[in-house]
Ligand binder design. Sequence first.
Ligand code: MF3
Ligand code: CO
Length: 241
Amino acid sequence: HEIELMKHSGHINYLCHKLLEKNIRPGITTGELESIAKKFMEENGCISSTKGYEGYPGYLCISINDEVVHGIPGKRKLKNGDIVKLDISMIYKGYHSDSAATYPVGHISKEKEYLIEHTKKSLYEGIKQVKEGAKLGDIGHAIEQYAHEHHLSVVKELCGHGIGNELHEDPDVLNYGKAHTGMTLKAGMTIAIEPMLNYGERYVYMLDDDWTICTEDGSPSAHFEHTVLVTKDGYEILTGE
Ligand code: MF3
Ligand code: CO
């Protein structure tokens, strides 16, 4: 029963991504995207997991270019050539889903395209490790190895997490690690896997707004996240198509 509710939450989350993606264009403000998301959540019986989370003011997180995560929606306009990360977390009947993706705005550079493509693929490398009996370290190792093979750096200050009645539950799901180490996954667990990869160095800092995390060298960063159910012989992506 709980997993059914998680699936529903994940599905509305997926649809919210699709709706916002259609609205991404040069000139739209991040606040306008937030309003669309807020309305969509309300119409679908969901509430934002982030609004009021430890004082976070946004209904979702919107981060641009060198901003890695936790950007606060507001008056800023998207520009041609930007990449924008939408990180959407919502609650349906007490059950959270969490999903992030990075989208191009208009025409973007080859470097940004490369970053987006391989950050997304690193998420799927991590997800492919998931099944009953696998270790948490298998996920982190697969993501890190894929990132490094593609000369991208892994942000280590932030990580994925267990998810369910709370947005952030145990365990931490790191984007780096050693295969065959760490907690053993069991069928029925639900986790959010979310690599954040930078085109330049891995180091980050926090803006004065006390939320937005940026790359120290100003290089672009990409983020992809899915909420995933562990099954006996693999996984089910709850925030996917
Ligand atoms: N969606 C974020 C995550 O992936 C939530 C960050 S909490 C916030 O875990 F308050 F910053 F929004
Ligand atoms: Co998350």
